[in-house]
Design a protein around this ligand. Structure first.
Ligand code: GDP
Length: 301
């Protein structure tokens, strides 16, 4: 039943506009569009922004459905691209011949470790030297899990075998190893358990500061991994992690399921974070750079 419902919902925006035939857009259609976007997890702020822009246009001129759709897509792309600052590249890649440290953060179960494995593989395929720092020292199986991913791409894993080791100490070792080998990319796995007495945000803050202190020359990215199917929870997570981990971007996972990823717009417009990669499957190659054009087409198609 659920799949059936998802299917009916699929393409609702386009459907809505196509049903109008040649009739111009009216305020009532915009109200329908508004609820559709909200249901698609686009979030209140982003929805308001794009619809206000469309309403302003409607006040000035007659807008036909095809033009309405084109305008809507352009507005949505604008919101997704806004957090990418002028001069930054649209596709995130490590800088060659430099130390890049990419921290992966996120709550358990969102696909953080899988994303790290995929990124390691992508890095190797793109000819970067890469190292994994197993700094999720809290979860017993985490080190083993990242080691399996590392082996699959021939990427070495730096870990500390003692139970409950200090994550910052693992990062210290990993940066030391990277420096001595001239490694270009260090991928750091971090803990994601929220409901514990050990304070996750404090720990992430410490890891983040350790990187800056140890390797001031490094290009640091702090990527939040979000499960697209968790809808508006993703926005709450982005807000919670933003200050502690100094987030610079987001990886949206599980877009191969029924989720359409509307939360990306909420995250971009409210947390001001660019979406950098999308995960669409459990396989090692199921990760691609985020493309706002493709994304908006898929969201509304
Ligand atoms: P972590 O706890 O955040 O490290 O999450 P894991 O990396 O262990 O992933 C949790 C589950 O989500 C695993 O079963 C993964 O195979 C699955 N997973 C991760 N990314 C994706 C994705 O893009 N698509 C799908 N379908 N499953 C994913």
């Amino acid at each position: 039943l659920r799949r059936g419902l998802e299917k009916t919902r699929k393409g609702f925006v386009t459907q809505l506009l196509e049903n109008l035939g040649d009739d111009p857009l009216t305020p009532a259609v915009l109200d329908d569009l508004e609820s559709t976007l909200l249901r698609a997890d686009v979030g209140v702020k982003a929805t308001d922004q794009v619809l206000d822009a469309l309403r302003r246009r409607l006040n000035e001129e007659v807008v036909d459905p095809a033009e309405g759709l084109r305008f809507l897509k352009e507005q949505l792309r604008g919101l997704l691209e806004a957090p990418i600052h002028a001069g930054d590249t649209a596709v995130l890649a490590p800088q060659r011949d430099r130390l890049n440290v990419w921290l992966l953060v996120g709550v358990n179960g969102v696909g953080k470790t899988t994303t790290l494995g995929k990124l390691a593989n992508l890095a190797v395929r793109s000819g970067y030297s890469c190292l994994i720092a197993a700094a999720d020292t809290f979860r017993a199986a985490a080190v083993q899990q990242v080691s399996v991913w590392g082996e699959r791409s021939g990427v070495a894993v730096v870990a500390n075998p003692s139970a409950n080791a200090d994550p910052a100490a693992v990062v210290y070792d990993a940066i030391g190893a990277a420096r001595s080998k001239g490694t270009e990319l260090v991928l750091v796995d971090t803990a994601g358990r929220l409901q514990t007495k050990h304070n996750l945000m404090e720990e992430l803050g410490k890891v983040r500061r350790t990187i800056t202190k140890l390797a001031p020359e490094a290009v640091v990215e702090s990527l939040l991994v979000l499960d697209a199917s968790q809808g508006q929870n993703g926005l709450r997570q982005a807000m919670a992690f933003a200050s502690a981990a100094g987030l610079t971007g987001v990886v949206l996972t599980k877009l191969d399921g029924s989720a359409r990823g509307g939360v990306a717009l909420a995250v971009a417009s409210e947390a001001g974070l660019p979406i950098r990669f999308i995960g669409a499957g459990e396989g090692i190659r199921d990760l691609r750079p985020f493309n706002s054009f493709e994304f908006v087409e898929a969201l509304l198609a």
